[in-house]
Design a protein around this ligand. Structure first.
Ligand code: NAG
Ligand code: NAG
Ligand code: NAG
Length: 206
């Protein structure tokens, strides 16, 4: 009975959630000092000495680093493990002044994040994350989306959930979409044939 309970607990731990995480080590082979980040860091300047010392790291989730603050400018790294499996590497980090995971800390619940984009990187700039059934009045036309929790979303051309629409759907815990000029000003959770949406298979672009 106890064994069975442990098994069930372990199963739910895996099935019900993980926290996006970036662990940095000052020596190769995950040795030396370890610094664990679970938050978005718009200005990591205070840690620049630490980042210069990094020689190995582990990650879970979908992380991107930038050479300027506020997620603008060039990418310095992209680390992706959408399933929540921890991946470890011997790696140094180029000079990085901001980094973040995409979307919510726990990507197992349905959400959609929109990005304002910066030149050369559609997932840079401002990020807004929605977990409700519908969202509009974005401050910008998104250049990219991140979907979490194996969810589907319908994006509409107009701000009032009307106009032509596209269904975005992923079977993964984290899926990403580049908009390529496709205009979405409002969004609802789920896809429904009544909207006669175009279909965008997020997982095919992964
Ligand atoms: C990192 O380097 C150490 C020391 O050379 C080695 O033991 C380890 O297997 C390496 N790890 C990876 C993931 O390559
Ligand atoms: C980063 O963005 C915040 C909030 O928009 C702003 O207050 C801050 O001045 C920005 N910092 C830099 C260095 O651009
Ligand atoms: C979507 O609707 C807008 C406004 O009615 C129109 O300008 C645009 O060409 C339409 N796009 C497609 C792919 O039908």
């Amino acid at each position: 009975m106890l064994l069975r309970l442990i098994y069930i607990t372990a199963f739910f731990n895996i099935a019900l959630g993980y926290v996006q995480e970036l662990s940095l080590f000052t020596e190769i082979g995950l040795e030396g000092n370890e610094f664990i980040f679970r938050s978005k860091e718009p200005d990591i300047t205070a840690y620049s000495a630490l980042l210069r010392d990094v020689k190995s790291l582990c990650y879970k989730g979908h992380w991107k680093g930038y050479s300027a603050t506020n997620y603008t400018s060039d990418l310095t790294f992209t680390y992706t493990s959408v399933s929540g499996t921890q991946v470890c590497l011997n790696r140094t980090i180029p000079e990085t002044l901001s980094f973040r995971h995409h979307g919510p800390s726990d990507p197992t619940a349905p959400s959609v994040s929109i990005y304002s984009g910066v030149p050369g990187n559609a997932h840079g700039g401002m990020e807004r994350t929605f977990t409700g059934l519908a969202a509009n009045n974005f401050d910008f036309v998104p250049t990219a989306l991140i979907l979490t929790g194996r969810s589907s979303w319908t994006g509409f051309f107009n701000n009032d959930f009307s106009g032509n629409s596209t269904c975005y759907s992923t079977a993964e815990l984290i899926g990403w979409v580049y908009m390529y000029g496709n205009v979405v000003r409002s969004i609802v959770q789920g896809c429904n044939p009544i909207h006669e949406s175009d279909y965008f298979d997020v997982d095919k672009s992964l």
